[in-house]
Design a protein. Structure first.
Length: 261
């Protein structure tokens, strides 16, 4: 039994961390080390977990001394640590996104341009035919959604996440997914593009064409252009909105003066 509520992924990371620090290490030592960190597992349970990790190629036995991490085990542990850091910083980031003001949206688009330019380039190198077909399907769904007068928000989010997964870099994919978690941001940006008349599907189609051609340079440029266009749309929207607000204010003031006269 666990002394606290931990996910299987957390337990997996904890065991791998112990082996990384103490290797080679046996079941009993792992059990004691986990207890120091508030995780209580029986030795038979640890034995089963170690067998699973060994089967996956993450750990291996060194005689009677215990287990050590394989190269794949080290990679997995690094990935788990990166995900834990993302999770820890995610709440603060999402609180920032709820502000939804112009500067924060532009800052977010800037970061997305750096990350997603890279994921698009990597996707052009690594995307399978199955992934390409999935992207084509999402593009068709978004086009149909927009044709019905909808915003295509979910299709947009899924499309970018699918490209990030196709990059083959799980840390980058986690970052992209994190940056797109906040519904208010997604709705705001898509609504702004609809307001100023830009076409998401055209941008997405250019990115997909480059991925299909396996051209990482073109894929990166298409993604960066897409996000740069979003920033331009945002600036134009804010400018037009501010101008309209000033016009309404001037009109109200003029009417007030006329009424007073």
């Amino acid at each position: 039994m666990l002394s606290d509520v931990r996910s299987a992924r957390e337990i997996r990371g904890a065991i791998l961390s112990v082996i990384a620090r103490e290797a080679p290490v046996g079941q009993g030592a792992i059990c004691l080390d986990l207890r120091k960190h508030g995780i209580t597992l029986s030795i038979p349970t640890i034995g089963r977990r170690l067998q699973e990790l060994e089967f996956e190629g993450l750990v291996e036995k060194v005689g009677v001394q215990g287990r050590i991490l394989t190269d794949r085990g080290h990679e997995t542990l690094n990935q788990l640590h990166a995900e834990a850091m993302l999770k820890g910083h995610g709440t603060a980031l999402l609180k920032t996104l709820t502000r939804g003001d112009k500067k924060h949206l532009l800052d977010l688009l800037f970061v997305r341009g750096i990350l997603e330019g890279t994921t698009a380039a990597l996707a052009a190198e690594h995307a399978s035919q199955q992934t390409v077909e999935r992207l084509e399907e999402l593009l068709e769904q978004q086009q149909a959604s927009i044709a019905r007068g909808e915003l295509g928000v979910q299709e947009d989010v899924t499309y970018h996440n699918e490209i990030a997964r196709a990059s083959g870099n799980t840390v980058l994919a986690s970052l992209v997914a994190l940056l797109r978690q906040h519904h208010r941001y997604n709705l705001a940006m898509t609504s702004i593009r609809a307001e100023v008349g830009s076409r998401l599907v055209v941008d997405h189609g250019a990115i997909l064409d480059a991925i299909k051609e396996k051209d990482p340079v073109a894929a990166r440029k298409a993604m960066e252009l897409h996000l740069r266009t979003l920033a331009e749309d945002l600036n134009r929207f804010w400018k037009e909105s501010s101008s309209a607000a000033r016009h309404r204010s001037d009109t109200s003031a003029s009417k007030g003066s006329a009424a007073a006269g």
